[in-house]
Design a protein around this ligand. Structure first.
Ligand SMILES: [Zn+2]
Length: 279
């Protein structure tokens, strides 16, 4: 958390409120929050925000300065937030970077990250391409269905860790993996190579529908996520299994949602999400 829908909500707000603004100053509080490119920091002063994209769970802001384009990429990772000026957080000491702008509605974007799992990177175009190639697999919203089917058929291992493997499929974390698998009626530990093509297609359709619905809701606010303007994501009200251990299955099958402790908690219905070979 944040995952793809939350990062997408962040990117959309920055686009809506800061595209075309001029970056007046960038202050980095701790040098180790910048993964690469700190020596180019002064280049960004006076540059114009021209483009905002989401890659996986990261947000990339493209700046133009005298014909050249460079990027600031913020990893939202487990706990990162990008916040406008008026949005308050607990623990303001965890604000590590401040970008101040003129010319648009918002005057500031702060990068807040208490656990510092995430970093910022300052990259030129080639650097951004290399960064993306290294870190991000296919995007679950734009990968064509046939490519997704081929991708899954080429992999081995359990289904849920694969869905969350950022270098294979970028942007899905524990919350959405659980919600997608429940709706697709697939057990988290299903062996990927034993899925029938029809099941993979069902998974693809459900993955897209869950992520799109979550984006429409502004994501899920779990463990302190909020958007740059401080609003909370409402998709948490539509979670069917995440955090629902011991509650009746929403399909009314008569069983309760179970929690399986592995690397990350899996929430699933032992009746509706079978681990059989068929399906
Ligand atoms: Zn059930």
């Amino acid at each position: 958390m944040p995952e793809l829908p939350e990062a997408e909500s962040v990117a959309r707000q920055i686009r809506a409120h800061l595209l075309g603004a001029q970056l007046n100053d960038c202050v980095v509080g701790r040098a180790d929050i910048v993964r690469e490119g700190l020596s180019t920091l002064s280049w960004y002063r006076g540059a114009m925000l021209e483009d905002v994209e989401r890659y996986g769970k990261s947000v990339a802001m493209g700046f133009r300065n005298e014909g050249e384009l460079r990027y600031i990429v913020a990893e939202l990772g487990m706990t990162g937030l990008l916040l406008f000026h008026a949005t308050q957080t607990r623990h303001p000491q965890h604000v590590h970077v401040r970008l101040s702008f003129t010319g648009r509605r918002e005057s500031e974007l702060r990068y807040w990250n208490p656990r510092r799992f995430g970093r910022m990177s300052l990259l030129d175009r080639a650097g951004l391409d290399a960064y993306r190639a290294r870190r991000f697999g296919v995007d679950p919203l734009t990968v064509p269905r046939e490519e997704f089917v081929r991708l899954l058929q080429s992999r081995r291992g359990r289904l849920k860790p694969l869905l969350m493997h950022q270098q294979v499929i970028a942007g899905i974390g524990n919350i959405y993996a659980n919600e997608i698998l429940f709706r697709a009626r697939l057990h988290p530990n299903r062996e990927v190579q034993r899925l029938r093509e029809a099941a993979v297609i069902g998974l693809y359709d459900m993955m897209q529908s869950v992520l799109r619905e979550a984006i429409d809701c502004g994501g899920s606010s779990v463990k302190d996520f909020f958007a740059p303007d401080g609003t909370e994501g409402q998709y948490k009200n539509r979670h069917l299994v995440y955090g629902k251990e011991g509650q009746p299955c929403p399909n009314r099958c008569g069983r309760v949602i179970r929690r399986l402790q592995s690397e990350r908690s899996s929430f699933f219905c032992p009746f509706c999400q079978t681990n059989r070979l068929s399906g």
